[in-house]
Design a protein around this ligand. Structure first.
Ligand SMILES: Nc1ncnc2c1ncn2[C@@H]1O[C@H](COP(=O)(O)OP(=O)(O)OP(=O)(O)O)[C@@H](O)[C@H]1O
Length: 320
């Protein structure tokens, strides 16, 4: 189980620190696939990446992450090494282009395993078995990346990322560059690997709510560096309690269209700057339900089992 408590991650910039994650608290249970969604710039990727590797400009500013009861030393690059790949793994955004074009897939995988002190030949049967589960024959190991389609590459990276049965897998926009048929295969692969127990839990970061409706057990909606709402997928889709979630879903167009490409109807303006975010609810300037109390920050509280919301009006909302 993953438990994240009051996590704060900032980016150092010349203009000051960008508070990309400003105190987020949530958990992901064993067996749970949690989707992570929100408009561009809300902090989704920062959250996904922070759980495995802080990039150069990312600064840990507080909070704690525990995985299966052990504290993950996310602020310490070196101390995280034994956890990466074995306990927490990622299928990065643009994983497909991360494959070395000059190496055959099999050789590249052997080199990656070797760099982590593992023997490719020992793991080869399991590797081939898992590729087969995702419809890829052993012949792909003799191919160069250019010979594989985008969806095939994405599935290869998925098999590689989960080869050591990590507890947590972060899938960052893994379907966004694919055509609809390949998206379905990759989405199916995520569920299959969870069902087979190759990974205990997953965080699927995406702009595409249609994919989440297909794979996720729960959805966490972020807004401007904070959590807005988390609930079982069905609740988010059918009875969202946060006004932002409602507007986001109201803008949910046909499958395949991502919501950042469409303006959210009925909400003027943009999310606030994360350099000096306003006090109180960060959505209040754009919220049709805002009232006096919204100058105070609403806590992220449970309004029903498994349903948490940060909105002063959430209770009334959920009942209405
Ligand atoms: N390297 C960086 N330096 C400074 N600020 C950054 C950096 N990377 C991200 N940010 C800022 O941090 C905030 C969160 O960014 P993040 O990429 O996590 O959002 P996101 O929700 O994943 O967006 P997208 O969907 O566009 O990938 C944004 O305000 C962004 O401008």
């Amino acid at each position: 189980m993953l438990a994240v408590s009051d996590l704060k991650i900032h980016y150092r910039t010349l203009a000051g620190s960008v508070k990309a994650l400003d105190g987020v608290t949530f958990s992901v249970a064993d067996g749970e696939i949690m989707g992570l969604a929100g408009e561009s710039g809300c902090g989704k990727s920062t959250l996904g990446k922070a759980l495995i590797r802080l990039e150069e400009r990312m600064m840990y500013a507080g909070g704690q992450v525990t995985l299966d009861g052990k504290v993950l030393p996310i602020a310490d690059h070196k101390a995280m090494n034994p956890y990466r790949f074995r306990h927490v793994s990622i299928v990065p955004q643009y994983a497909m282009s991360a494959l070395n074009p000059t190496r055959r897939i099999g050789r590249m995988i052997d080199e990656l395993l070797d760099a982590r002190g593992l023997k490719g030949s020992t793991l080869r049967p399991e590797l081939e078995r898992r590729l087969a589960i995702l419809g890829l024959g052993p012949d792909v190991l003799g191919m160069y990346p250019i010979e594989l389609s985008g969806g095939m590459k994405q599935r290869v990276v998925m098999v590689l990322s989960t080869l050591l049965d990590p507890s947590l897998l972060i899938a960052d926009e893994v379907t966004s560059a694919l055509d609809v048929a390949s998206q379905k295969k990759v989405a199916g692969a995520l569920v299959e690997f969870r069902d087979r127990g190759y990974v205990k839990s997953m965080i699927v970061v995406t702009h595409d709510l249609a994919i989440l409706a297909q794979v996720a057990d729960s959805i966490l909606i972020m807004y401007a560096g904070k959590l807005a709402e988390k609930a079982p997928t069905r609740t988010i889709v059918e009875a969202p309690a946060h006004p932002y979630t409602r507007l986001l879903l109201g803008s949910l167009p046909e499958v395949g269209i991502r919501f950042e490409e469409k303006r959210l109807p009925g909400i003027k303006g943009r999310p606030p700057s994360l350099l000096s975010p306003p006090v109180g609810c960060r959505f209040r300037d754009r919220c049709p339900l805002a009232f006096g109390k919204c100058v105070e920050e609403p806590p992220f509280v449970e309004i029903a089992p498994g349903h948490q919301v940060a909105c002063w009006k959430a209770d009334a909302h959920a009942q209405g």
